[in-house]
Design a protein around this ligand. Structure first.
Ligand SMILES: Nc1ncnc2c1ncn2[C@@H]1O[C@H](COP(=O)(O)OP(=O)(O)O)[C@@H](O)[C@H]1O
Ligand SMILES: [Mg+2]
Length: 259
């Protein structure tokens, strides 16, 4: 059965899209069939990182009743991609019914998907939470700054108390090294465990590197860059740990008709 992973953070600009795109491609490199949905509707940018100029976007499913299969683009290594569309203000805040309709509209892609990766918008809005609670595994991107801690904490608190989610994989992005990343994780875990009944695992760190930063200009995701061995290994390690993490089984709507 297809499984799903969401990449969230609370705060913007911490590397959600970078991680979502590179995890998706790392999984594809390992031979999995992967689909990626950019759920940052209206402000989407995963297509830029992928070097794809999407002809159709999620807006065509929501507003023009198009089928998901007609909107899917094929990216590098056979990655299936649904763009969230940008510059589209009318889909920034879609109603609850439309979000449910969209999650069900993705059901047909199960046929050619082992893993669906969802890039979640910043914030702990109902938009973010609906998609984050519809997946099996939830990944939170953290950077070692107070604002990131605060926003990630708010996100996890909302997910935990309002959506009954308990399992979170934490990725520390833009870390100096793996030791510093682990220390950042422990600090964050210490805060969370004081107040919430949430199970946090350390999925690993991603270093802050020029190759990751330049990927967007080159329109070549870093895991496809032949000279980026260090970065490739970091994303592969994340995958191994995320897959081992516990699943969330939210009793509301979920991807691939799981409820
Ligand atoms: N590990 C990293 N090293 C260097 N630059 C990074 C790293 N992670 C993200 N960035 C850069 O930071 C910016 C924000 O990343 P992005 O993935 O768009 O964040 P988000 O999706 O959370 O808003 C981008 O310019 C991206 O290239
Ligand atoms: Mg983003």
């Amino acid at each position: 059965m297809s499984n799903s992973i969401a990449i969230a953070s609370g705060k913007g600009g911490v590397g959600k899209t970078t991680v979502a795109v590179n995890l998706a491609l790392s999984l594809s490199q390992m031979g999995s069939k992967v689909s990626l949905m950019d759920a940052d509707f209206g402000l989407a940018n995963a297509h830029i990182l992928l070097g794809i100029n999407p002809r159709k976007t999620i807006r065509d499913v929501l507003k023009n009743n198009m089928l998901i299969e007609d909107v899917l683009e094929t990216g590098p290594i056979g990655l299936k991609f649904v763009s969230g569309g940008n510059g589209l203000i009318d889909i920034l805040n879609i109603d609850k019914g439309s979000k449910y309709q969209l999650i069900r509209a993705l059901d047909p892609i199960a046929k050619y998907t082992d893993t669906l990766i969802v890039d979640i918008p910043a914030g702990a809005s109902e938009n973010s939470m609906t998609f984050a609670s519809a997946v099996d595994r939830l990944v939170i991107i953290l950077v070692g700054e107070p604002t990131s801690f605060m926003d990630a904490y708010t996100f996890i608190k909302t997910a935990n108390l309002d959506y009954n989610l308990h399992n979170f994989s934490i990725v520390v992005n833009m870390a100096e090294n793996e030791k510093a990343a682990h220390e950042t994780f422990l600090k964050f875990q210490n805060i969370v465990s004081k107040f919430l009944d949430a199970n946090l695992i350390f999925a690993g760190g991603i270093p802050k590197t020029k190759k990751i930063q330049n990927a967007i200009i080159k329109k070549l995701p870093v895991v496809l860059n032949e000279d980026a061995e260090l970065e490739k290994l970091a994303f592969q390690r994340l995958l191994k740990n995320i897959i081992k993490a516990g699943e969330n089984k939210h009793n509301g709507i979920r991807f691939f008709s799981k409820s």
